[in-house]
Design a protein around this ligand. Structure first.
Ligand SMILES: NC(=O)c1ccc[n+]([C@@H]2O[C@H](COP(=O)([O-])OP(=O)(O)OC[C@H]3O[C@@H](n4cnc5c(N)ncnc54)[C@H](O)[C@@H]3O)[C@@H](O)[C@H]2O)c1
Length: 308
């Protein structure tokens, strides 16, 4: 097995959306440290643009290659421009890391249509348009008989599976990202292209504004489990040649932990004891009592139990 920390992505081309700050920045720097040429996408607003330029400078200072392409990750024209600028500058695309997004947190009681739509748009549509561009490009190459080295990484959240009371918009978008990536993974594996999802935890601008701030803050001393740089190695690994066989997986990742999510499974099948006919409500009540009778309590944990 090769050392996956250096040079195993030499000559490869990666796009990371939302790579000016937070997790995207760390992932871009990780891919660059492995030898990839990295296209830093972020929104062209003063703070984000400054951060994106700084990410590029930092990669270059470390001897890597990178450039900025500004644009809204969820805008079709901007996504098309991102793809075109990447191909114009670097001649190929090998790695698409969809990462960009923001939160507008409210409970279901107070969330406006605009708050719902904009968050679903930036995350879910933001993944969709760039995923479509990358997938179509790679399929085109494969159909033309060319060798394709490609990796697709999506960024979801544990909110997608456990829910999040203050984020009906965000958790819905993040669930959609898992479903969309799983379907795309099934399709792209035909071309030898692995697609995977990460669910990170990190101290970033996004999490330090919300209810997770205290949980993710740096400890006064010792290892900072929620430093966003701790998430980047998994992305680097999944994009590396050593991980070519890993596809359709969802990883929860932070600190020194990587957790592969188990696939959801069907539980006990309740079959109508009256035979092949439609259930009555009484029939359902008595059959389901084996699971939902006395002693049953709903599982409504807002967050996952950290693995040991
Ligand atoms: N930090 C965590 O604990 C955590 C947990 C689960 C999931 N995530 C996900 O990780 C990803 C990165 O989040 P982060 O924590 O680094 O947040 P962050 O706010 O630090 O970074 C997000 C980046 O996306 C950019 N961005 C926002 N809107 C954009 C747009 N329309 N087009 C292009 N870029 C845009 C921002 O400018 C910023 O640079 C997000 O998808 C987030 O939902 C983060």
């Amino acid at each position: 097995m090769s050392d996956s920390s250096t040079n195993n992505l030499d000559g490869k081309v990666a796009i990371v959306t939302g790579a000016g700050r937070g997790l995207g920045r760390e992932e871009a720097m990780q891919l660059a440290s492995q030898g990839a040429r990295v296209v830093i996408n972020d929104i062209n607003l003063p703070d984000a643009a400054k951060a994106a330029n700084e990410t590029v400078e930092e990669i270059k200072a470390a001897g890597g290659e990178a450039m900025v392409v500004f644009g809204d990750c969820a805008d079709t024209n901007d996504a098309n421009n991102l793809m075109k600028a990447t191909l114009d500058a670097y001649g190929d695309l090998n790695i698409m890391v969809n990462n960009a997004g923001y939160c507008r947190d409210k409970t279901i009681f107070g969330m406006s249509d605009e708050e719902f739509d904009s968050v679903v748009r930036v995350h879910l549509r933001g993944h969709f348009v760039n995923m479509r561009n990358a997938a179509s490009y790679w399929r085109g190459k494969a159909k033309a008989g060319e060798q394709v080295y490609a990796r697709l990484i999506s960024t979801s959240s544990e909110a997608a599976i456990f829910g999040s009371v203050g984020q009906p918009n965000y958790s819905a978008a993040k669930s959609g990202i898992v479903a969309m990536t799983m379907g795309t993974a099934q399709l792209l594996i035909r071309y030898g292209i692995p697609c995977n999802v990460i669910m990170p935890r990190a101290e970033t601008d996004m999490t330090m504004q919300g209810p997770t701030a205290a949980m993710f803050a740096a400890p006064e001393e010792g290892f900072h489990a929620f430093d966003p740089s701790n998430v980047a190695p998994l992305v680097g690994y999944l994009c590396s040649p050593d991980a070519a066989h890993i596809a359709g997986e969802v990883f929860v990742v932070w600190g020194n932990q990587v957790n592969r999510l188990k696939r959801p499974e069907f539980g006990e099948a309740h079959v109508n004891p009256e035979g092949a006919k439609k259930w009555t409500l009484d029939g359902l009540h008595s059959s389901l009592a084996s699971e939902f009778g006395e002693g049953y309590t709903p599982v409504l944990d807002g967050f996952s139990v950290p693995p040991q």
